[in-house]
Structures are given as structure tokens and as C-alpha cells.
Design a binder for this molecule. Structure first.
Ligand SMILES: *Cc1c(COP(=O)(O)O)cnc(C)c1O
Length: 443
């Protein structure tokens, strides 16, 4: 499609839904970048995070005054579990201390431990990998799909061995991994799928929430996440028996029928419980989730319509099955060659000078020295043997991920809570930087 035509169509569509033409950007920028002494596009910060008012204040104070501060005597945690399960369309929800605990409970409930392999993407937050290491299981990395930033599902089958016990895709950035392909290969090899949906609150695959397709789906409510209680997490499942095992794992080995502070144990376990204060916050924060998600999605789509017309920028593509993106992160790839060789760091600094914070995102986690060290530990050497671990090093080949780690640029979700004008300012700043990129290179 002709690009200027598509832009015209887009603008008329925008006007049709009631935004006046005046609000649209000029699409020309003559001024110099702020990094070269010009005027910054923005002088005020983006919306701050978290957002709260009397709703949160009352909920937390009421919990304080009740004197019931843990799930054993309060009602907030169980109320949150019921409401989150309903919101997400899952049969069971287990609230946990954080997203890490949700993932860990799933691995414990599925009896994944030493000698086992878990398939995982390298482009993720480190907790996805740390939970596997905490069980002394072996993370097996499948390369990233450069276009979508998600695990390359086409490469999962080749990574399966007789040791594989689970596939743990991550729905990265608020979008969805290719669940059709992942579930097909999982079914074929009879492997459970643990969805790491820690960044994807309200995201959907074929109009159903992510985190409800696998054996379990795990969410995080850590402070940066789109649903925030400082720390917090949840596990969703439609399997009553798995839910019971996860509950037991997260409650020091005590099942739902034993009192939380009773002394009967069904298995080994840990204390990974969510507290009543966090649950009170979550119930209040949940009243904002849908509205915020709509704002983020509308702004992100608008931003994409502008950024994809700038040569050298490639916004992360979504799979056709991803019917809703939660936009925890707004991610794109940056091609320095289209910016006169201006490095990504140079680009990020120039953006920062314009009043637009951006990050380079994850490094190559599967090449981290700490990971190599862990595999050289006595526990791993005993559980897997030298030959298997040497072979792991050969298998740990992820060239697309290496490239992505060198090209990615992120904006955080709170920036998407701003107005359309601010999305236009982002695009304008980038056009300015590109126009003056050779000056920025020699600066
Ligand atoms: C945040 C996050 C986690 C861990 O959640 P915590 O609540 O911080 O423990 C796991 N996986 C991904 C992809 C995350 O973004």
C-alpha cells in the first residue's frame, strides 16, 4: 500500500472518531535535536506510576484496622482470587507473593526438578530462568522470533529431548507468544505448558486471555507491572487437582483443607503466600485495569502508525492470533544504518535529551556468566553429568536473540497512559533525530 495514502486513510479515520484535525501533528520538524542544542520536544514528565486515590487508601486502612493481615484470617486474598479468576476467565486462581512464586509453585506442583529440562525463551525477565534454576532443572533456550520478540515456536520441537518436562513460553511485553504452535507441539509430546504471562494482564489469544491456555498461567503484580501491588502474583489454572497441588506447594505443604496454620502436610512446600494488604491494593487497582489497558492499546496503535513510517524503525509485530496486546512495553527494533550509523546508545541519549525516556531492554540472558557458573556447580554436575552440560553449551545457540538484544528499544507502559499528543511528540523527536543523525554521530 502507498504509504502516504495509508496515512491519509488513517488520519481520516482518526478524524471520524472525533479527534479534530488540529490535534494532528505537523509531520515536519525543522528544529534541531535537543542533543545538538535545539529545543526539547518535551519538558514535562510522562504520567507517573503507580496511580492511586482514596480507593487504595481506604482499602489499605481498612485492612490495617481489621487486624487481619494474612490469608489465614482475612478475606482480601480469597476475594481477589475469585475476582481475578472471573476477570481472566479461569476456573481457579491462586494468589502468590510475586510472579516468581507463581512460576515456582507451578514447577513444584508439576514435580519438575534435578535432571529435568524446561524449554524457555532467552528474551525475558531473569525470573523466568531463575525459577528453573531454583528447582535445579535445566533451562533449554529456544531462539527468539526477531519480528515478534517472542519465543520462536517453530524451533521448540527441535529442542525437546527425553528429559524435557515442560514448555514455559513468555508472553513478552504484553503481547502473546504463538500459542497455536506452542500448544500443538506440547500436545504432540504430552508436555505441560506453563505460560509466563507476568507482563500480559488482559492480553488475549483468539479472544481468550493468555494464561488460561496452558496447564498454568502465571502473573506478576510487581510495581512495574500493569496491575500493581508493589509485590504480588497469581497462578491461573483450569485443573482443580493442579490448583490444589500449587496451593499446597505455596503454603508450606499444607493443602486447602488444612488450616493455613495447621500442622498437616501433604508435600514439601514453601511459604509463597500473598498478604492481605497486597490483596486489598489489588482489588482497588483492578478497578482501573480495563480503562488503562484501552488507553495503552489505543496510544500504542497510534504510535505504531507513525513509527512504522520512519525508515530504520520496526515495531514488534504481533501474531495474527494475538487479539489483544496489554502493552506492558512498547518495543521496536532500531537500525543504526538508517540513522547514519548513530549507535543505539546515541539514539537513546538523543531521545532522553528530548524528554523521552527509552531503554535498550534485556541483554543475552542465556549467555550470562552466572548461568554458566550455576551449571558448573556440584548440584548440576551431579544431576546431569559433564557430557550433557557440555552439549547444553552447544545447544545454547540463539543468533536471532543476539541480534534483537543489540537492536531493541523499549518505552514503558506508563508512557502509553499519556495523551495522543504525547505519542506525536515521540514520533516527532525520532524524526528530528533521524534528520540530524549524521550531526549526532560526529557530535
Ligand atoms: C516480572 C516478571 C516475572 C517475575 O515476577 P515478580 O513478581 O517480579 O517475581 C517473571 N517473568 C516475567 C516475564 C516478568 O516480567
Amino acid at each position: 500500500m502507498n504509504q502516504s495514502l495509508s496515512r491519509r486513510n488513517f488520519l481520516s479515520a482518526v478524524t471520524a472518531v472525533g479527534v479534530t484535525a488540529k490535534a494532528n501533528p505537523s509531520f515536519v520538524s525543522d528544529g534541531k535535536p535537543a542533543a545538538l542544542g535545539g529545543e526539547a520536544v518535551r519538558k514535562t514528565p510522562f504520567p507517573s506510576w503507580p496511580v492511586f486515590d482514596q480507593r487504595e487508601e481506604q482499602a489499605v486502612v481498612a485492612t490495617l484496622r481489621s487486624g487481619k493481615w494474612f490469608r489465614g484470617n482475612g478475606q482480601n486474598v480469597t476475594r481477589f482470587e475469585t475476582e481475578y479468576a472471573r476477570l481472566m476467565g479461569a476456573q481457579h486462581c491462586l494468589a502468590t507473593a510475586n510472579g516468581t512464586s507463581a512460576l515456582l509453585s507451578a514447577l513444584m506442583a508439576l514435580n519438575i526438578g534435578p535432571g529435568d529440562e524446561v524449554i524457555v525463551p532467552p528474551y525475558t525477565f531473569i525470573a523466568s530462568i531463575n525459577v528453573i534454576l531454583a528447582r535445579h532443572a535445566l533451562p533449554v533456550f529456544v531462539d527468539t522470533d526477531l519480528e515478534t520478540f517472542q519465543i520462536d515456536a517453530r524451533k521448540i520441537e527441535a529442542a525437546i529431548t527425553e528429559r524435557t518436562r515442560a514448555i514455559m513460553p513468555v508472553h513478552l511485553g504484553g503481547a502473546a507468544a504463538d500459542l497455536d504452535a506452542i500448544l500443538a507441539v506440547a500436545q504432540k509430546h504430552k508436555l505441560p505448558v506453563i505460560e509466563d504471562a507476568c507482563q500480559s494482564h488482559l492480553a488475549e489469544w483468539r479472544n481468550r486471555r493468555v494464561g488460561t491456555y496452558g496447564a498454568a498461567g502465571c502473573y506478576s503484580f510487581q510495581a512495574s507491572k500493569n496491575l500493581n501491588s508493589g509485590e504480588g502474583g497469581a497462578l491461573l489454572t483450569n485443573d482443580a487437582e493442579l490448583h490444589e497441588r500449587c496451593f499446597t506447594a505455596h503454603n508450606n505443604g499444607r493443602g486447602q483443607k488444612s488450616a493455613p496454620s495447621g500442622f498437616q502436610y501433604q508435600s514439601s512446600g514453601l511459604n509463597l503466600r500473598l498478604g492481605e494488604f497486597q490483596a486489598a491494593l489489588l482489588l482497588a487497582q483492578m478497578t482501573r485495569l480495563e480503562d488503562f489497558a484501552r488507553t495503552r492499546e489505543a496510544n500504542a496503535q497510534y504510535l505504531t502508525s507513525m513509527l512504522r513510517e520512519i525508515p530504520g524503525l520496526t515495531p514488534a509485530r504481533m501474531y495474527e492470533g494475538c487479539t489483544r496486546n496489554a502493552y506492558h512495553l512498547y518495543m521496536f527494533r532500531y537500525d543504526a544504518r538508517q540513522f547514519a550509523g548513530l549507535t543505539r546508545d546515541g539514539f537513546l541519549n538523543a531521545l532522553k535529551a528530548e524528554g523521552i525516556p527509552a531503554a535498550s531492554g534485556y541483554g543475552e540472558l542465556n549467555k550470562e556468566p552466572f548461568l554458566q557458573n550455576a551449571l558448573q556447580s556440584r548440584a548440576y554436575q551431579t544431576a546431569y553429568g559433564k557430557a550433557h552440560l557440555a552439549h547444553w553449551v552447544e545447544r545454547n545457540h540463539t543468533p536471532a536473540n543476539a541480534r534483537l538484544c543489540s537492536e531493541a528499544v523499549w518505552f514503558t507502559q506508563n508512557m502509553l497512559l499519556a495523551s495522543r499528543t504525547e505519542m506525536e511528540q515521540i514520533a516527532e523527536a525520532i524524526r528530528k533525530i533521524r534528520k540530524y543523525s549524521s550531526d549526532l554521530v560526529t557530535k
